[in-house]
Design a protein around this ligand. Structure first.
Ligand code: DOR
Ligand code: ZN
Length: 335
């Protein structure tokens, strides 16, 4: 049987939520990933040292038997340097959301006024705290990411020593941006390597494929594949796996988020094999994130095998992407 081994897989962008959802969902990532960068968009957001420590503890309590490192993030506000010094050792990055642009982002940034942001972003540069960004404007939904490129340009040029991660990129404009500034990096989800807008609303509406940023055009998908399959060193896998209860997805006012955490590695094997690029998958799912963030995850070996795997209809009350469909790769063992 054909197998493929991945060492220390990392998820550079993960939503774990809280409470019962956290208890149900976190073990699924902890099973096959060595660690994940955990998003801070709780209600209220993770925005103090107390919040970070308490949330990390709650996450760890759900995965007592697995080695799994939650790399914590803070919800961006214009923090002062003293505060940043006090949290620097306990976070991997700070996540910036434009206000109201996606789930639980109401307290985000409402104007990108560089003068106002400068003290925070300079302190982050000095303390070497990377800035992760949800890069969308409030424009027309298909143009939001492309329109945000001027803001990335402003941030990257004003703060050349700040590592800026363009999160879950979906467009060729973002791909082109990557090599224009040394300090820009990107994460890419697995669903954005598979879906276009057609898979969301081209036929019957598919709520479980609906997320922010929305999947774009075939040429955008091709651009994303071109850098992911080559494991461009400034690009890393970040699932943006974003669980919502089934009733919040299959409803009028469907919540944004695609749930992929338990099937991400299997889908990635399928994609990389299809393009004969399996040899590059290790860099995409772990090595690049290790270099970009300076991570040293403990040893974990995930062996995947090529066999039919039927994706469950649900994990607790969350419907995964491709529920009920059969894919060609499955997890054989994890050590
Ligand atoms: O689709 C999304 N869901 N995009 C995000 O940026 C947030 C996420 C969530 O938290 O549900
Ligand atoms: Zn996200």
């Amino acid at each position: 049987m054909k197998t493929h081994t991945l060492l220390m897989p990392l998820d550079a962008h993960l939503h774990l939520r809280d409470g019962v959802m956290l208890e149900n969902i976190a073990p699924l990532s902890a099973y096959s990933f060595s660690g994940a960068i955990v998003m801070p968009n709780l209600v209220p957001p993770v925005s103090s040292l107390v919040d970070i420590r308490a949330y990390k503890k709650r996450i760890m309590a759900t995965v007592p038997n697995d080695y799994f490192e939650p790399y914590m993030t803070l919800f961006y506000e214009n923090y002062d340097k003293n505060f940043l010094e006090s949290v620097a050792d306990e976070i991997i990055a700070i996540k910036l959301y434009p206000a109201g642009i996606t789930t639980n982002s109401e307290g985000g940034v409402s104007s990108f006024d560089i003068a106002e942001m400068r003290p925070t972003l300079e302190a982050m540069s000095e303390l070497q705290i990377p800035l992760c960004v949800h890069g969308e404007t409030d424009g027309f939904v298909m143009d939001r990411e492309a329109e945000f490129m001027s803001i990335y340009e402003l941030l990257a040029s004003n703060f050349p020593n700040l590592k800026i991660i363009m999160e879950h990129i979906t467009t060729k404009e973002a791909v082109d941006m990557l090599d224009r500034f040394d300090n820009l990096y990107a994460s890419i989800t697995v669903h954005h390597l598979l879906l276009t807008l057609d898979d969301v609303v081209g036929g019957m509406m598919m709520p479980h494929n609906f997320c922010k940023p929305i999947a774009k055009r075939p040429e955008d998908l091709d651009a994303l594949l071109s850098i992911a399959l080559e494991a461009h060193p400034k690009v890393m896998f970040g699932s943006d796996s974003a669980p919502h209860p089934q009733e919040k997805k299959e409803s009028c006012g469907c919540a944004a988020g695609v749930f992929t955490a338990p099937i991400a590695l299997q889908l990635l094997c399928e994609i990389f094999e299809q393009y004969d690029k399996l040899d590059n998958l290790q860099a995409f799912v772990s090595d690049n994130a290790q270099s970009i963030y300076g991570l040293c995850p403990e040893f974990k070996e995930v062996i995947l095998e090529k066999r039919a795997f039927s994706i469950p209809q649900k994990y607790s009350n969350v419907v995964p992407m491709y529920a009920g469909e059969t894919i060609n790769w499955a997890i054989q063992s994890v050590e």
